[in-house]
Every structure is written in structure tokens, then in C-alpha cells.
Design a protein around this ligand. Structure first.
Ligand code: ADP
Ligand code: MG
Length: 221
């Protein structure tokens, strides 16, 4: 089996079932999906429809229980930027240290990691918050930190799981702006899950998730 060279991630009938027997929950039914460099994909669906599960498959955080998910060789923990819904910052680390953490953990020298982190924070408009602790910033600011952390390493793929889910409309729109700009900056593919059609409409391509099934893709005109 060969992967088309331009595909970062290729799901072929990828499925994810939790539990076994009569307790089995099919979170994702056999799904075909290819993510290419530069893609802007929204996965929109209600709570429980399987959005996070699909994103975890794309991230390599879960292994498919059926079908295959091929992730390109260039995709590593460092070149995949993850943004979770909330509360993903480490309370004891300041904003700069939180942002630099993936780089430091991957072995980058601290000075370099901090420089990259500071520049990512500036790109998302919160360079002045670098020294604050997570409890000293707002929810919207914390999501910007999560975006900065995901993009500091110039990822090839950014996966954001309901990044605006707990934010008011204006703040959510700003966080989405940050994600789109960051993806443009590093030339990354961006996949965003959301239950909000207005958020989904900001991405070039949308697909709907219902009961673990991905419904046909719609291009935003
Ligand atoms: P969404 O992100 O759209 O809210 P999820 O992917 O979180 O949906 O969940 C899809 C389905 O899979 C739901 O029925 C959920 O209860 C179930 N599920 C998700 N994660 C687990 C898990 N770790 N163990 C068991 N069931 C799970
Ligand atoms: Mg979810």
C-alpha cells in the first residue's frame, strides 16, 4: 500500500470502537478521509457525534480498531500541533514556559525554545502575557496560549478540538483568526472540530459528523 505523496494523513475505512461486546460504542464508523498540506477542514457535529474521536485518530493519539490511518513520515509529535477545548495549560508554568514546553520536551535548547515560544505568543497577540501564570489570564487568552503552543514548532498539521467551545462569540472568532493565521504562517493543514456552524463556515471545507459517520464534504463558497 502506498500513500499519495501529498497526503499528510490518510484514513481508509478508519473506525474506532470503545469497549467490547454489548458495551461496545462505535465512536467512528469506517471513514475515508485524506488531509493535504494547506487544507482547512471543519468537522461540525453535535456532542457525542465522534468529532474528538476522529481527531484523535488523525493525531495518532488513538489507533483505529478497524481500517487504517496512515500518517506521513514527516508527521511527528512535534510537527502535529494539538489544541484542546480547555484547561490544557500546566498551572505551575507561566505562559511562556507552557508555550515552550513541547519544544523543550523534544530536546530543543531552552533559549531557542523560549524565543520560538515568544514569537508564537506575539503572533497570536499576547506577547505581553508571557510572564503570567494560567490562573492570571482569561479563558480566551488561555486558548490563545494553547494555539501559540501548538504552532510554536511550525507544525505541518494543526488539529484543534472545539477550540472555541467555551468562549463567547467574539473571543471565539479571535481565537479562530489566530488559528487560521498560524496555519497560513507555517503552511500547515488545519482541522477544527466544532458544534457551531458559524465557526465551521470560516474554514474552506466543511464536513458534518453524525453518530460516528462523516457526511459529504461541503466547500465554503
Ligand atoms: P464528540 O467529540 O463529538 O462529542 P466523542 O468522539 O467524544 O464525540 O464521542 C463519540 C462517542 O464515543 C460518544 O458516544 C462517547 O461517549 C464515546 N466515547 C468517547 N471516548 C470514549 C472512551 N474513552 N471510552 C468509551 N466511550 C467513549
Ligand atoms: Mg469532543
Amino acid at each position: 500500500m502506498t500513500r499519495a505523496p501529498s497526503l499528510l494523513v490518510h484514513c481508509r475505512q478508519a473506525a474506532l470502537t470503545f469497549g467490547q461486546g454489548h458495551r461496545a460504542v462505535v465512536a467512528v464508523h469506517g471513514t475515508d478521509l485524506g488531509i493535504r498540506a494547506g487544507d482547512r477542514l471543519a468537522v461540525v457535529g453535535p456532542s457525542g457525534s465522534g468529532k474528538s474521536s476522529l481527531l484523535h485518530l488523525l493525531a495518532g493519539l488513538e489507533q483505529p480498531t478497524g481500517g487504517t490511518v496512515e500518517r506521513g513520515d514527516a508527521l511527528t509529535a512535534l510537527t502535529t500541533g494539538l489544541v484542546f477545548q480547555s484547561d490544557s495549560l500546566i498551572p505551575a508554568l507561566n505562559v511562556l514556559e507552557n508555550t515552550a514546553l513541547p519544544l523543550v520536551l523534544s530536546g530543543r535548547a531552552e533559549t531557542q525554545a523560549h524565543e520560538a515560544a515568544q514569537s508564537a505568543l506575539e503572533r497570536v497577540g499576547i506577547g505581553d502575557l508571557a510572564g503570567r501564570l494560567p490562573q492570571e489570564i482569561s479563558g480566551g487568552q488561555a486558548q490563545r496560549v494553547a494555539v501559540a503552543r501548538a504552532v510554536a514548532q511550525s507544525p505541518l498539521l494543526i488539529l484543534a478540538d472545539e477550540p472555541t467551545g467555551r468562549l463567547d462569540h467574539t473571543t471565539g472568532a479571535q481565537v479562530l483568526d489566530c488559528l487560521l493565521e498560524a496555519a497560513d504562517h507555517s503552511g500547515a493543514a488545519l482541522v477544527v472540530t466544532t458544534h457551531d456552524p458559524a465557526v465551521a463556515a470560516r474554514l474552506a471545507t466543511q464536513c458534518a459528523m453524525r453518530d460516528g459517520r462523516l457526511l459529504p464534504v461541503k466547500e465554503t463558497s
